[in-house]
Design a protein around this ligand. Structure first.
Ligand code: L34
Length: 293
């Protein structure tokens, strides 16, 4: 069994991006500038956004963090988004999810300029992705593709099962894995809450992508011997023995599933770190106007 090491890959990508920034600067190009909008005080969101800002610092990007109280109105948030669309210094930006309940994330998403949508959540980018046109790919699926690529995992002709059908992970992942592309070309099944015999479906997977959001949902009996297991879940479970009072657990029962898998991603230290790295790659593409010009 081989662990797919997100920490190692993220450090590797960091170096590569840093070098590209140096090259850009040398050629007198613009230093990539990412903005992040963070609404409210969700501790997980704060920690994720913090690691995005830190990554920017480490590779030489500029970053702007816009923090707003959770009482902000939808219209006020949309004003911020429209300002970011117009700001020539900002190459790309994200509005960290989840948003407070009184704000409709779809409306916010539709207001983001697709050219600056480095999350790849706008329907324009989602549609272009689905059609195989140049697009910002959503960060988590893109991060997973980079894991498969950098561990040189054979995917062509394999059976891929994606568990979960969210707009930001499950659905785009299923589309990407079925496309004719390097580290795609799989036959995909999407397993969700209405799937009959879900466990039987999951057991067919050569490549299993778990994005359910339930701690330890995937147990060893659901996994085929030799499967590649990608764990997208980041669940906080109470743990009084830890300083923080909790520990992070994936959607996969790592201790037991790792006995059967050929490759597995850990939590923490797996997909989450790649999500951040993929966002940075998109920001670099935005600054270089690689997708749109
Ligand atoms: N708009 N909202 C927007 N874009 C995103 O790409 C995200 N996501 C998801 C939640 N909301 C979003 C993230 O940033 C999930 N996510 C994310 C980012 C980073 C990490 C996990 C999820 C991460 O760094 N995980 C670390 C551990 C972090 C910790 O200790 O809490 C890891 O090793 O998995």
């Amino acid at each position: 069994m081989e662990v797919i090491d997100g920490k190692f890959l993220s450090a590797q990508l960091k170096k590569e991006i840093e070098k590209e920034v140096d090259d850009l600067k040398e050629k007198g190009g613009k230093v990539p500038h990412l903005a992040a909008v963070l609404v409210g005080d969700n501790p997980a969101s704060q920690s994720y956004v913090r690691s995005k800002v830190k990554f920017c610092d480490e590779v030489g990007f500029e970053s702007t963090l816009i923090k707003k109280d959770e009482s902000i109105s939808q219209e006020e948030l949309l004003d911020i988004v429209r300002d970011l669309n117009e700001d020539p210094y900002i190459d790309g930006y994200i509005v960290q999810l989840p948003l407070p309940r009184h704000i409709d994330p779809e409306v916010v998403n539709l207001t983001i300029d697709p050219k600056k949508d480095v999350d790849g959540f706008h329907p324009m980018n989602f549609g272009r992705m689905a059609l195989g046109l140049p697009a910002y790919l959503p960060a988590t699926p893109q991060g997973i593709l980079m894991m498969l690529e950098r561990y040189d995992i054979e995917t062509s002709g394999k059976k891929c099962v994606v568990v979960g059908r969210s707009n930001i992970v499950g659905m785009p992942m299923a589309i990407l894995m079925s496309q004719k592309r390097a580290f795609g070309n799989t036959t995909v099944t999407v397993v969700h809450s209405r799937t009959k015999n879900a466990e039987e479906e999951i057991r067919q997977a050569d490549i299993l992508i778990a994005a359910i959001g339930r701690a330890n949902y995937i147990t060893a009996d659901m996994v085929k011997e030799g499967a590649v297991v990608i764990d997208v879940g980041i669940n906080r479970v109470e743990d009084p023995t830890r300083k923080r009072g909790y520990r992070l657990v994936g959607d996969v029962d790592y201790a037991n599933v790792s006995q059967k898998a050929s490759h597995i991603t850990p939590v923490p230290g797996g997909v989450g770190l790649m999500t951040v790295a993929a966002l940075m790659m998109n920001t670099l593409k935005a600054a270089k106007k690689e997708i749109y010009n």
